[in-house]
Design a protein around this ligand. Structure first.
Ligand code: PRP
Ligand code: GUN
Length: 179
């Protein structure tokens, strides 16, 4: 496992993200929405650094079930609080193809949100990517499959306090063990 972003760097990145979001909204109340499951670690750290009044909700988006390549994207909004006429900030761990953020923007807009902005910890720099861009990004990373700080492979590794790149042999060993 190769560490790409260590704990100290992550803390500084989250603090920077929070400052940018605070500057954008000032004291305006927001509805901040965690994209389950990957954003849980970032979300807990980020919302405690934001200064404005917040309503907190969750939505699930899942497309990487069981692997390192995207499959069908499924959004489950059953647990989401009301977003109608609210300024919504969506928080996710990573913007990779951009499909998840693009679809969430559309769905939350269709639910009547007054505005939808998006904040991510990581944006992958890759050729094929959705034209929709996240509004707030802590780190840009190369096009490699990363785990840790909420990000998983086969639902493992989310608890790591850093972001790391899994070596091919670790991917194979984890599949053999868990998959
Ligand atoms: O930009 P994209 O290519 O759409 O990829 C980004 C999405 O992929 C991951 O979710 P995943 O589907 O793995 O579900 P999880 O959050 O439960 O791990 C991640 O948490 C983002 O939501
Ligand atoms: N764990 C993990 N999930 C992702 N979802 C989209 N890209 C990634 C990635 O690089 N790692």
């Amino acid at each position: 496992m190769r560490i790409l972003i260590d704990e100290t760097q992550l803390a500084a990145g989250v603090a920077k993200l929070a400052r940018e979001i605070d500057t954008r909204y000032s004291d305006r109340p927001i509805t901040v929405v965690a994209v389950l499951t990957g954003s849980v670690v970032l979300f807990a750290d980020l919302i405690r650094r934001l200064s404005m009044p917040q309503r907190v909700g969750v939505i699930q988006a899942s497309s990487y079930r069981g692997g390192t390549q995207a499959g069908e994207l499924v959004i489950d909004a059953k647990m989401l609080i009301d977003v109608k006429d609210r300024d919504v900030l969506v928080v996710d761990d990573i913007f990779d193809t951009g499909a998840t953020i693009a679809k969430l923007r559309d769905e939350l807009t269709a639910m009547g949100a007054a505005s939808v902005a998006t904040a991510v910890l990581l944006r992958k720099v890759r050729e094929e990517q959705h034209s929709v861009r996240p509004d707030f990004v802590a780190f840009e990373i190369p096009d490699e499959f990363v785990v840790g700080y909420g990000l998983d492979y086969l639902d493992m590794y989310r608890n790591l306090p850093y972001i790391a790149v899994l070596e091919p042999e670790e991917i194979a060993a984890t599949s053999a063990q868990v998959g």
